[in-house]
Ligand binder design. Structure first.
Ligand SMILES: Cc1ncc(COP(=O)(O)O)c(C=O)c1O
Length: 348
């Protein structure tokens, strides 16, 4: 089957581009002797997770337990990190069930989370690894180095838990002093930290500027996205994930309407745009309703016609993938595989 035979909107991944991304990030991380732990929340696809493991990953990162459950059910029992505070009985029960099947490490940034993890692990007769999350940049989760060492002491003392180190997200080079301070305090307290984990595609190629990192997490590196294209980490050709759409209306001279809207591309906007049109780089994807993409083509010398197919590079690949049941793997215009996105919608 050729790519032209696919009905639209359809989510595709270009295998040549994907393999180039795998190779260039692998070269970098191997060259700097930093272990690599891909984040599967970007693709949520078993076939790609297996492929990443075969390409030198030391394990995987999953943001949600539902993603881990899909991976384990699909035979991927590997060293798995959930860099997330798991709170609540239902999740802790699922975590201990998973810890019986695969090696689990989770993040924590509060005594509440740590005590919950310990009680569940102890009652379930399993051991769960814990990384203390540092408040890197971005104002999300994480604690100060001083608080991290207190949590480290607690994790080290409580049953069912194994203190494995520290993590942060995102971790540009300016976060180095934070990691240094935390590790120094851990050393002075005699606490182990075999894992020091950084993350984010945006600053992946600067990971060596934080030599304390033993491992690194990235997800979007694999397929890029218009956000990465504008940020300079991926060229158009390296943006492997695309939604092929059809122009269904040209209601005005400067306007083209696509059959892919927020339910195909996701509702993510960046720099006033929902994506990059590969064939029409001067077009501006300025808005969308659920099933219509609204594109300003007034700056395009030649304009798309009704019935024409247009490839859109989504701004943010992760929520875009989450909108689809299947990912079509394409090489040089030919369909090589259709992968079910089994972990889509796994938000718990
Ligand atoms: C904790 C954590 N680690 C790693 C990543 C991967 O970063 P990126 O999506 O930039 O590849 C994310 C992304 O959201 C994350 O939340």
């Amino acid at each position: 089957m050729q790519v032209e035979d696919l009905d639209t909107p359809v989510l595709i991944v270009d295998l040549d581009a994907l393999e180039e991304n795998v190779a260039r990030y692998r070269r970098y991380f191997e060259g700097h002797r930093i272990a690599f732990r891909p984040h599967i929340k970007t693709h949520k696809t078993l076939a790609l997770a297996h492929r990443q493991m075969a390409e030198g990953a030391i394990g995987i990162t999953c943001q949600k337990l539902g993603e881990v459950e899909v991976m384990v059910a699909g035979g991927l029992r590997t060293d798995t990190l959930v860099p997330y505070n798991l709170v609540g009985r239902q999740k802790l029960d699922r975590l201990t069930a998973l810890a019986r099947q695969t090696r689990m490490t989770v993040a924590a940034d509060s005594e509440y989370t740590v005590r919950g993890l310990s009680e569940a692990a102890h009652a379930g007769g399993v051991s769960i690894g814990v990384l203390v999350e540092l408040d890197a940049v971005g104002g999300r989760t994480g604690v100060s180095p001083q608080r991290a060492v207190e949590l480290g002491r607690l994790i080290d003392a409580l049953p069912g838990l194994e203190l494995r180190g520290v993590m942060g997200f995102p971790t540009p080079p300016k976060t180095r002093p934070l990691f240094q301070e935390a590790l120094d305090l851990f050393d002075r307290a005699g606490l182990p930290h075999p894992v020091v984990s950084g993350g984010s595609t945006k600053c992946a190629f600067q990971a060596h500027e934080v030599p304390e990192f033993t491992e690194y997490r990235a997800g979007e590196y694999l397929v890029g996205g218009a956000g990465h294209m504008w940020g300079g980490t991926h060229t158009v050709a390296q943006c492997a994930l695309r939604v092929i759409t059809t122009v269904v209306s040209r209601p005005a001279e400067g306007r083209a309407i696509l059959d892919g809207g927020s339910k195909s591309l996701s509702a993510t906007f960046r720099e006033g745009s929902m994506g990059h049109l590969v064939e029409y780089p001067d077009a501006r994807f300025y808005g969308a309703s659920e099933e219509h993409g609204h594109v300003d083509v007034s700056a395009c010398a030649q304009k798309p016609e009704i019935g024409e197919r247009v490839q859109v590079i989504p701004v943010h690949p992760c929520p875009c993938v989450n909108e689809h049941d299947e990912l079509v793997a394409v090489r040089k215009g030919r369909v090589e595989a259709v992968w079910p996105i089994y972990a889509r919608g796994k938000v718990r």
